[in-house]
Design a protein around this ligand. Structure first.
Ligand SMILES: NC(=O)c1ccc[n+]([C@@H]2O[C@H](COP(=O)([O-])OP(=O)(O)OC[C@H]3O[C@@H](n4cnc5c(N)ncnc54)[C@H](OP(=O)(O)O)[C@@H]3O)[C@@H](O)[C@H]2O)c1
Length: 381
């Protein structure tokens, strides 16, 4: 069993060893997170949100990292680390030349946006790389109907013919991810394939405003709608928890399919907002609106991580993380996710325009919330 730093120091002190270890050597011992077997890791993608955190952890563990991109996306987080990374340029659409005749221990396919992209890279790399990790999504479970959101659930691999225009993009994404998982296993075999299905990823470097919205909303204070029933749960995964776990899975050569969702307990929407508020001093008044018809009439379909309990979304926050936890997925507390996201949100990495936008954009829920609340109060009286 792995010992924590405190346990280790306690043990060495009890053995009479502590005085012989110099303070700085103890520090160095724990600073270095290096693992014995260094990996050569290729990341397809790597410059957006999840990739930089994987790179940070991998380099810290002593691994070597190459990335493959078009060279268009400029990293906005951990920028300083990219000088230590080999940059291969190409295009998953039609130019994989820079990947040819090269060897890596593992590949992480983060940038899979088309099944063909994964088919092509998996076929190209299968004799040159030991393990292929495909970054999938819980969207493979769409529509989120039923009770089983474990890894063994059978997946939709074709878009139904009668699908509505509104549902089509979600089906397309889920089917693309499911088919890409199949393409990975077809090329590498089940024992050399690793599939990770993350839920909503949050934290520093997020390219969406889904989680920053809640921080900005709670910081602003006032009357805040909490949509849904008191027992409704939310799921999310801190990008660092996900990235670090993915690297550890590769280090351990763990094959298989894993949901990547947290936290480890059922977090209600109430617990979620209170957890965020613990980092702010704003005056807040939460207004729970559990009338689904009212929410739907007012287009409160999802203020993620909360998702409306329509049949096709009912299970979106219910992905089963038991298998992942058994495979060492660890979760930092919400307060740490809030702290790091807040620091990043107010850093140079985020433009003032983006910060303002979340408060003023017509599309931001913050703008319609007041009117919806007025309707809600009128209806109640
Ligand atoms: N965000 C979430 O909440 C969430 C939830 C579940 C699953 N996921 C999955 O998590 C994965 C990681 O997402 P991410 O946000 O870190 O970004 P990402 O999907 O890795 O995408 C961006 C990266 O792909 C590269 N790229 C884009 N088009 C390319 C092309 N034609 N050829 C070569 N490279 C290309 C980009 O660089 P260039 O532009 O320079 O080419 C960039 O490095 C994705 O697969 C996503 O589906 C995300």
């Amino acid at each position: 069993m792995k010992k924590s730093r405190r346990q280790f120091l306690g043990m060495t002190a009890a053995m009479g060893l502590a005085p012989t270890i110099k303070a700085n050597s103890v520090q160095n011992l724990f600073k270095s997170n290096q693992v014995e077997k260094k990996l050569k890791i290729l990341i397809l993608g790597g410059t957006s949100f999840l990739g930089p955190h994987q790179i940070s952890y991998a380099l810290n563990r002593g691994h070597e990292v190459s990335i493959f991109t078009r060279g268009k996306t400029i990293p906005k987080i951990h920028e300083d680390l990219f000088s230590k990374v080999e940059k291969l340029v190409g295009d998953r659409e039609n130019d994989l030349e820079s990947l040819r005749n090269r060897k890596w221990d593992v590949v992480i396919d983060n940038s899979g946006r088309k099944t063909k992209w994964t088919e092509d890279t998996a076929q190209l790399l299968k004799d040159h790389v030991d393990y292929y990790m495909y970054t999938s999504s819980i969207s493979v479970y769409y529509p989120f109907v039923g009770n089983d959101f474990s890894e063994s659930r059978s997946l939709v691999t074709e878009i139904p013919k009668d699908v509505s225009a509104q549902d089509k993009p979600t089906y397309e994404y889920g089917v693309m991810k499911a088919m890409s998982e199949i393409a990975t296993i077809d090329a590498f075999g089940a024992d050399r394939s690793l599939i990770v299905r993350p839920t909503l990823i949050v934290g520093p470097g997020d390219r969406t405003d889904r989680f920053p919205y809640w921080l900005a909303r709670i910081e602003k204070g006032g009357d805040i709608i909490i949509p849904g029933g008191r027992d409704e749960v939310v799921q999310y995964i801190d990008v660092r928890d996900l990235a670090e776990w993915m690297i550890r899975l590769l280090e351990n050569k763990t094959a298989g399919t894993y949901n990547g969702s947290g936290p480890a307990f059922d977090m209600t929407t109430n617990a979620f907002v209170h957890g965020i508020h613990a980092s702010y001093n704003s005056s807040v008044n939460y207004v729970q609106i559990d009338d689904l018809d009212f929410l739907q009439e007012n287009s409160v379909i999802g203020i993620q991580p909360w998702v409306i309990q329509l049949p096709q979304y009912a299970g979106m926050s219910k992905s089963d993380n038991d298998k992942a936890i058994s495979a060492d997925l660890q979760f930092r507390p919400l307060s740490e996710t809030v702290k790091a996201t807040r620091e990043w949100w107010y850093s140079d990495a985020v433009t003032q325009e983006r910060r303002d936008n979340i408060l003023t954009s017509e599309r931001s829920f913050m703008n319609s919330e007041k009117g919806i609340l007025e309707k809600w109060y009128r209806r109640k009286n």
